[in-house]
Design a protein around this ligand. Structure first.
Ligand SMILES: CC1=C(O)/C(=C\N=C(/C)C(=O)O)C(COP(=O)(O)O)=CN1
Length: 455
């Protein structure tokens, strides 16, 4: 594969340092074998998340100097509003401090206790806010999404039969909206096809059910449509994105991913009445509707990031770099989720460590061991992230994954090679790896602060 050179040159660098194995063993033990609890200074290559960890451009940094910090009516808010209207096509924008700020508001204004919210697989904070507002989450993603080896080109697709079955079972009146994530993080950064969006939108609208996107990685989704769907081969990314969102009524957005900022998000809506309800709540949780918990400079950086994110050469490099890492691992026989997703390579911890039962947290174990081996930080996306159901039983997800999440415009191919070498070295000695037991379990979103020790 001919490497696609970075479509940027480096102007500022942030030195990174390598630690010794004994330093890493002590750091991992002190962090309770939870990579979320490691200190950044002890991490060599940080693949914990692509959220808020991307590099801003000189254009965005210039925007930071143009912060209109007026409490109300900031010029930067109007820039953000214009960018959302132009690029995503939604009428109204409510800025929030990040994605979950928007999820909180959407859930509270749209959900009544006892409602059902179907979605293409769950995401942790999204489902938490839906359940907090009294909804039941229903997974309506196609079966292939739960099979790490299924090579379906659009594993994020909604299974229309599952959606219809839910409507028949609970009634459309109990379903305020369907949440369509583009891409699907926990399935492995998997996209939804335009055809599926069209069909989901038609079915939802026939029943008076709204379509709300989780737009967090929507540009990556647009790239996969351009690459894999007939009729979209040479369409500009911005045009594909606009069509995607034309099938929905709004979106929650974590700007910390595809808007290329370190903090920021928004709730976008088309319905004036819903927007009015959102403005009544945003003042309670985030701030005035014209800043929503963000400084003017942050809104400016996000507005500029929205325009930059639809540049073909930027997104082509981003996706191909992730795919390069996946390819290096697959070539060495390391089990990964196929096809390689948009923002990360997901190691299949079940196949990597078949001798470790799910109750001994194989993905948590693998992430901890990879850090000790190499200083590379990754994230557990398995039974620990899935948490417990209302009756206190562990959810037992089919996907027990370790996510190697690639920040945007931060690492080079040399870093990808170092990561691949480390994972392959660990794979060759995988039979020596032992499981973990959980010694501290928080009640909500336990994966952030849970602690473990080796068995
Ligand atoms: C698909 C999706 C996400 O991936 C997401 C946050 N993701 C994180 C933090 C991640 O590491 O994947 C959020 C929440 O966004 P927030 O971290 O509050 O800006 C919503 N939807």
């Amino acid at each position: 594969r001919k490497l696609i050179a970075e479509p940027f040159k480096i102007k500022v660098v942030e030195p990174i340092t390598m630690t010794s194995r004994s330093q890493r063993e002590h750091a991992m033990e002190a962090a309770g074998y939870n990579t979320f609890l490691l200190n950044s200074r002890d991490v060599y290559i940080d693949l914990l998340t692509d959220s808020g960890t991307s590099a801003m451009s000189d254009n965005q940094w210039a925007g930071m100097m143009l912060g209109d910090e007026a409490y109300a009516g900031s010029a930067n808010f109007h820039h953000l509003e214009t960018a959302v209207r132009e690029i995503y096509g939604f009428n109204y924008v409510v800025p929030t401090h990040q994605g979950r700020g928007a999820e909180n508001i959407l859930s509270r204004i749209a959900i009544k206790p006892g409602d059902w919210v179907p979605g293409n697989m769950y995401f942790t904070t999204t489902r938490a806010h839906q359940e907090l507002a009294g909804a039941n989450f229903a997974d309506v993603i196609i079966d292939e999404a739960h099979d790490p080896q299924a090579a379906h080109p659009f594993k994020g697709n909604v299974d229309l039969n599952k959606f219809q079955e839910l409507i028949d079972r609970v009634g459309a009146g109990k379903i305020p909206y369907i949440c369509v994530a583009v891409t699907v993080n926990l399935a492995g950064g998997q996209p939804v096809s335009m055809e599926n969006l069209r069909e989901v939108s038609a079915m939802a609208r026939n029943h008076g059910i709204k379509v709300m996107f989780d737009a967090t990685r929507c540009v990556e989704n647009a790239y996969f449509i351009r690459e894999r769907e007939d009729g979209y081969q040479n369409k500009p990314i911005a045009e594909i994105l606009k069509e995607m969102f034309s099938y929905g009524d709004g979106a929650t957005m974590s700007g910390k991913k595809d808007c290329l900022v370190n903090i920021g998000g928004f709730l976008a809506l088309n319905d004036a009445e819903l927007y009015q309800k959102a403005t009544q709540l945003v003042v309670l949780f985030e701030g005035m509707p014209s800043y929503g918990g963000l400084a003017g400079r942050d809104m400016e950086a996000m507005a500029r990031g929205i325009y930059e994110s639809v540049d073909y050469y930027y997104i082509q490099h981003r996706i191909e770099q992730v795919r390069y890492l996946g390819g290096e691992l697959a070539k060495a026989g390391v089990p990964i989720v196929e096809p390689v997703g948009g923002h990360a390579v997901f190691l299949d911890a079940r196949q990597f460590l078949p001798h470790i039962p799910q109750e001994q947290f194989p993905a948590q174990t693998l992430a901890a061991q990879l850090y000790i081996e190499s200083g590379v930080r990754s994230m557990e996306r398995g039974i620990v992230s899935a948490g417990r159901d209302k009756n206190g039983k562990h959810y037992l997800p089919k996907l027990e994954l370790v996510r190697l999440t690639i920040p945007r415009r931060v690492y080079t191919y040399a870093h990808m090679d170092v990561v691949a070498e480390a994972v392959i070295a660990l794979f060759e000695q995988r039979h020596l790896i032992k499981g973990l037991e959980m010694v501290y379990e928080p009640p909500v979103l336990r994966f952030f602060t849970a602690r473990f020790r080796p068995l």
